[in-house]
Design a protein around this ligand. Sequence first.
Ligand code: IPM
Ligand code: MN
Length: 364
Amino acid sequence: MLKIAVIGGDGTGPEVAREGLKVLAAAAKKEGFDYQSKDFDYGGERYLAQGGDPEKPGKPPINDAEIAELRQFDVIYLGAVGHPDVAPGILEKGLLLKLRFDLDQYINLRPVKLYPGVDCPLKDKGPEHVDFIVVRENTEDLYAGGGGFLRKGTPNEVATQEMIATRFGVERCLRYAFELTRKRNRKKMLTLVAKTNVLTFAHDLWWRAFNEIGEADYPDIKRDYNHVDACCMWFVKNPEYYDVIVTPNMFGDIITDLGAMIQGGMGIAAGGNINPAGVSMFEPIGGSAPKYTGQNVINPLAAIGAMAMLLQVVGDIKDDAKVARAGDRVEAAITKTCPKLKSMSAGRMGYSTTEVGDLVCQAL
Ligand code: IPM
Ligand code: MN
């Protein structure tokens, strides 16, 4: 039976996660499978309640025994991380990134898909133009935490932040992306997004690995390359160009926020932190939106989309057709629901958070 750990998290996280779980319950009933879910209260409130320092990292927001418990589940469903009373970085690093790293969720999968009826800020672009997937490496690069200070606090201070690329980490990410491109079977084109003209060490490794692996094992996949700055330009000018993109962690972080905007905003953008052989974690990619907390106005579609991905990916990995079909069903229901909303933005949907969840359930 599918076992899901639910971390509602901070701000509007628990509200949107609740809608995702509501849709899951309805979809599981339609497909006829059972599952278990268990709630965990990790987040800013608990960190502060347990005496965590709001200013600097102290007590860990999640400890190793708690992570070990999460390993007993098939998958994690996350609402949001980020609390207004906790300094930036403490929860992000101590909870979100810790989970991604400790559970070795080395792929961050972020589809950029404009659903019908959703306003696109790009002139003359519709759902037929915005439909691609970003595969963001999720455990290395500037996120690995390498670096330090020298003479901190003095006028001669030196601070370094290291861009880490390992052949192992790059290769497993590239292979995942090649396989996905093959399976998706659209343009069969994989675009590496990097900055080989400046980052001549780390991205040279990416470039060589990309070509070696592609040539040896994926001759059917067209290899394409964009510098990251040019990629940002094409997202706006020609998004229909893309099929699958693979990119290092930091660039992936940045371009997927731009991607979220061209698919209609943070209210609709979902992502998955995937360890194909371990415990993955699915989340809406927007933040905790503290100012909307408890008002029943936040858009739950990103969280519901994350639930669709969870079911599709976990169904696939566990080879469980019912679960995977439930994921497709949820995605189709989102497609039917989008045109009913006036806007994807909080407070302007024409419906409340819970009503949008109900609309998706009805469309299943
Ligand atoms: C994201 C977020 C995180 C990231 C932050 C909160 C650490 O921006 O999921 O894209 O940089 O990966
Ligand atoms: Mn981000």
